[in-house]
Design a protein around this ligand. Structure first.
Ligand code: SF4
Length: 56
């Protein structure tokens, strides 16, 4: 179980700043969440302006 980022990502970076475990990084054209680090807190989902972050 981990959160993930869809193609709706506009690379604003808001989510990365919120993640308490630094699981979010800028990938190729969109941000990505490292499933090994994510603790499913949901903090990133709440701040995403486009609703691009989903729970698996
Ligand atoms: Fe980080 Fe929490 Fe989002 Fe997982 S759910 S990527 S731990 S902010």
């Amino acid at each position: 179980m981990a959160h993930y980022i869809t193609e709706e990502c506009i690379t604003c970076g808001a989510c990365a700043a919120e993640c308490p475990v630094d699981a979010i990084y800028e990938g190729d054209g969109k941000y990505e969440i490292d499933p090994e680090k994510c603790i499913d807190c949901g903090a990133c989902e709440a701040v995403c302006p486009t609703g691009a972050i989903k729970a698996e």
